[in-house]
Write a protein that binds this ligand. Structure first.
Ligand SMILES: [Zn+2]
Length: 357
């Protein structure tokens, strides 16, 4: 067993921080790993994945009315055996099942899948008409699981879905009655340091947030990234031809990035409130995070200073508390088909509800 782990440590691209979901502490610490260590690390990874899945599910379902692209929200978090290259198959099957190449890493508490009785470590033979491919054909470690997510996302967001599940060689069919959710995957990146991104369909944040903050603070970061997706920011930044490279912090790029950041900060407060989080958490998060870590996460020229972000979040939370919130955020949603104009100054000049922010 030790050999397996050592081999993994030396050869896996996961140890170079390339992707999520594996043995991060075994990669990081050159101690002699035992089989039990692998199990413990797998469970640590699974726990963080499920925190991400739960927060994502809550935000994506509560804000479905703001999203143009919907998917069936089931509450299952999937993984594939391909994500664990170099790990002995017997370890993986003992830990995760994997009767097929895709298994359920976990089920969000209170979700439609949980209510239907779906449980972790059952493997998926099919969801609706889509079958888990039986043969190895993945080019990327996450390709198979992403394909399944994409297939499920294309189904009617609220139509019942039959899950054919397999565990210990026995199969059963469970009907899950999904709720509409914003079409988005939520993924944890286990590379070191803080960082977060949204590409239109995916929200990805680093594991460091989960190690540092409780779920309701991590939700602030996830809500900010989801807000970028709700407002189609990636596509609209591409449409105005921004430079994401060395020139990101210069010239015209700055005002476009600033506009999307200010919009995402403001809409995030609403996404949180709609999902039943205290909207005041956004400002609290920025005040704690900003002075400690902000320089490592955000480019200071493209992204607003944390004090501004905290003040803006507080002002929006105060408007929501007074029943006056929503106009600005609604305006962003209504304008999401329009070209970005780069006018972020007028967004921050909006009168605030007596907070001076
Ligand atoms: Zn952002």
């Amino acid at each position: 067993m030790k050999q397996v782990i050592r081999k993994f440590r030396l050869t896996s691209p996961l140890c170079r921080g390339a992707m999520a979901a594996v043995l991060i502490s075994l990669c990081a610490t050159p101690t002699r790993a035992q089989d039990g260590d692998a199990a413990a690390v797998f469970e640590r990874v699974r726990a963080i994945d499920m925190r991400m899945a739960s927060i994502g599910f809550r935000l994506a379902t509560a804000n479905a009315k703001l999203c143009r692209d919907l998917e069936p929200g089931t509450g299952v978090q999937l993984h594939t055996i391909d994500q664990y290259p170099s790990i002995d198959r017997s370890i993986l099957t003992r830990q995760f099942g994997f009767d097929t190449r895709i298994a359920i890493a976990g089920v969000v508490e209170g979700s439609p899948a949980a209510e239907a009785g779906v449980i972790a470590n059952e493997s998926i033979a099919s969801i609706g008409a889509y079958r888990t491919p039986a043969i190895a054909e993945a080019k990327e470690p996450t390709e198979l699981v992403n394909r399944m997510y994409d297939q499920v996302a294309a189904f009617d967001p609220t139509a019942p879905l039959d899950f054919r599940l397999v565990a210990d060689g026995r199969s059963r069919v469970v009907t899950v009655r999904p709720v509409a959710a914003c079409r988005s995957r939520f993924e944890v990146d286990f590379a070191n340091g803080f960082g977060a991104e949204a590409d239109g369909r995916l929200v990805k944040i680093r594991a460091a947030f989960f190690d540092t903050y409780p779920d309701d603070r991590v939700a602030v970061v996830i809500a900010h990234e989801l807000a970028h997706n709700v407002l189609d920011h990636r596509k609209r930044l591409n449409a105005v031809g921004v430079d994401r490279g060395l020139l990101a912090g210069f010239g015209r790029n700055v005002r476009y990035f600033r506009q999307t950041e200010v919009e995402a900060d403001i809409l995030a407060v609403h996404l949180l409130a709609n999902a039943g989080y205290d909207p005041a958490l956004a400002g609290q998060f920025w005040r704690d995070y900003g002075p400690k870590y902000a320089s490592s996460l955000f480019n200071s020229r493209t992204h607003p200073a944390w004090r501004d972000r905290a003040a803006r979040s507080d002002a929006e939370a105060a408007r929501i508390a007074q029943g006056q919130g929503g106009a600005l955020a609604s305006a962003f949603v209504l304008r999401r088909d329009q070209r970005l104009d780069g006018d972020w100054q007028s967004l921050i000049a909006v009168p605030t509800a007596g907070t001076g922010g």
